[in-house]
Design a protein around this ligand. Structure first.
Ligand code: NAP
Length: 281
């Protein structure tokens, strides 16, 4: 009997610019698997019905993106410890008819840093932003033994996140005022800077979340934005002599970790990266 194609996908709203289908289908091809990955634009009122349909036999798993990473948890049968900590899910696996949630965003970021030679254990990491991506990355950084600092335009959100990390992991996270002066003053105490804000993302490609003057060449600068590949922040950091890391590594590694969860196999990260880079030019 012919083997059925296993179905995977990503749900979000909107979703048409997602690079996940290209990346995951490249991985399935490399692995020689009969699997297919599609993007699904799901309106808020259809989310529950969509999730129920996924329980059908040949759906094996899906990714979840903005704006459903938190909302999806209501419809799952269980979530792993990491998703509980972050309170968000980006990967769902069908185990029989059960839906199990995971979160690979934070690990994806830390793996991308590691791949670029930045092991963060014991390092002083300053995160710009306190949104969805920042939540996942901040918990993972603390779990990996980094000394974390957070700076966000809306300071209250950074303070809430810091408090939550203290309560859940017992680790102190310094909140830095999101001002030119405070960021410049703290920079001698920073080893790795990670931008998780949307500042610099297409189409506002000439904005940067921090001025060039505040940067120091000793700091490794990562921007998790991947469109454009080289943001204004990374261009400034390069001029300053900093080591820079773009957002493609995180995109690839969070996807690769989803594949590992679904298929229990070593993901072909180089094929995934190649597919993304071809698309991004
Ligand atoms: P989000 O939840 O909407 O958070 C947005 C963050 O940006 C908040 O901290 C917000 O600050 C800050 N921000 C927005 N406009 C700002 C401005 N003008 N000045 C200063 N700060 C500003 O978004 P997200 O889901 O975390 O995503 C953030 C970025 O990461 C996006 O560019 C996304 O594409 C990228 N991303 C990349 C990957 C990857 O795999 N590489 C994965 C996930 C996300 P306030 O709290 O003050 O509003």
């Amino acid at each position: 009997m012919e083997e059925k194609t296993r179905l995977f996908g990503v749900i979000g709203h909107p979703i048409k610019h997602s690079l996940s289908p290209i990346m995951h289908n490249a991985a399935f091809k490399k692995l020689g698997l009969r699997c297919s990955y599609s993007a699904f634009d799901v309106a808020p009122e259809d989310l529950e019905a969509f999730v129920e349909r996924c329980r059908e036999n040949n759906f094996s798993g899906f990714n979840v993106t903005v704006p459903y990473k938190e909302k999806i948890m209501e419809y799952l049968d269980s979530v792993d410890e990491n998703s509980k900590l972050i309170n968000a899910v980006n990967t769902v696996k069908l185990e029989g008819r059960l839906l199990v949630g995971y979160n690979t965003d934070g690990l994806g970021c830390v793996k991308a840093l590691g791949e670029a030679g930045e092991k963060i254990k014991g390092k002083r990491v300053l995160l710009l932003g306190a949104g969805g991506a920042a939540r996942a990355i901040s918990f993972q950084c603390v779990l990996e033994g980094a000394e974390l600092m957070i700076s966000n335009r809306t300071m209250m959100k950074a303070m809430d996140l810091s408090k939550e990390i203290k309560e859940k992991l017992g680790r102190r996270v310094l909140v830095v005022n999101y001002s030119e002066k405070s960021l410049k003053d703290i920079m001698p105490c920073v080893d790795v800077l990670v931008n998780t804000t949307t500042v610099g993302m297409h189409p506002k490609i000439h904005s940067s979340p921090i001025s060039m003057e505040a940067l120091r060449k000793e700091v490794t600068v990562m921007d998790i934005i991947y469109n454009p590949l080289e943001t204004q922040l990374l261009r400034n950091a390069k001029k300053k002599g900093c080591k820079t890391i773009n957002g493609v590594g995180m995109l690839v590694h969070q996807g690769a970790e989803s594949l590992r969860i679904w298929l229990n196999t070593k993901p072909p990260t180089e094929e995934m990266r190649k597919a993304v880079m071809e698309k991004l030019g």
